[in-house]
Design a protein around this ligand. Sequence first.
Ligand code: GLY
Length: 343
Amino acid sequence: MSDFIGTKLTMNLGERSYDIILKNGALENLYQFARLDRKVAVVTDSGVPAEYAQRVADQCRESTIITVPQGEASKSFKILETVLRQMLEFNMGRGDLVVAVGGGVVGDLAGFAAASYLRGIRFIQVPTTLLAAVDSSVGGKTAIDLPAGKNLAGAFCQPSLVLCDTDTLNSLPLDIFRDGCAEVIKYGVLYDPKLFAHLEEKGLAFDREAVITRCVELKRDVVMEDEFDTGARMKLNLGHTVGHGVEAKSHFAISHGKAVAIGMAIVSRASACADTPRIVALLEQFGLPTRTDYSADDLFTYTLSDKKRSGGTVNLIIPCAIGDCVIVPTKVESLKSFIQAGL
Ligand code: GLY
């Protein structure tokens, strides 16, 4: 375990403001940060150590633990309905609370269940993967997938607290930790040459407290600037538009982090960014893939079903240099040749 001590950041969004707490051992202390004297549905998945949800439940006056199967397939109408039914059977009212304990799938699903149950009840994100800690738990995007693509039904709904027990990140299997590293590298490419250089120097032994805090700060700042994803926040999709195509084409056998790594490498090569060799080398240093066997045709088809499409254009995020990326509206007709150039 590292000696991560703790950080509190505040997401300032007027009446939707909330704290983001990063602290070792925080799971035991949720009661210090949240009112748990009401019905609490703790939503988790079968891949998350069961004791995490139990530790949350033990602090609540009245709780139920809802465990969904691990994997992207749980972001479906069927599983959403199961969660909502269990919340109803537990007689939850408008003043009650959902706590999402897990990675991105659990956070997105439980968040959308909370956003839609009785037209919306409060929820807390307790991310237990690096990917969820630095990205998906912060910023209020909740969603399920439709057969045509990822995150096609959902809501912007901010949590009332994000509490990350950094001990949970320290005990992640390396492969899952690597997935989160793809998002960490993304922040370096987007905004922060010093963060990028630190990752190059230290590799997987990067300073966890400083790096995780920096990524969450960057995410917090961009969400405060553009909560509803109509401008600056779109840059967080670096590598995601093509990456979602890779994920979907693989039927989610390729994880989100690895697909984003491939997506970042493809857009970097296709845009002929001078820093492409450093970006690709850093992804490889972290054991992340940077190539795919899928054809430009396949990726084009699956990429088009991604929601980042607007009419006849797709907003691609293009690196100009490390720390400097731009949003480039790209005509659908040019997308296939762009992807081809990056393969
Ligand atoms: N994960 C990208 C965003 O929150 O906008």
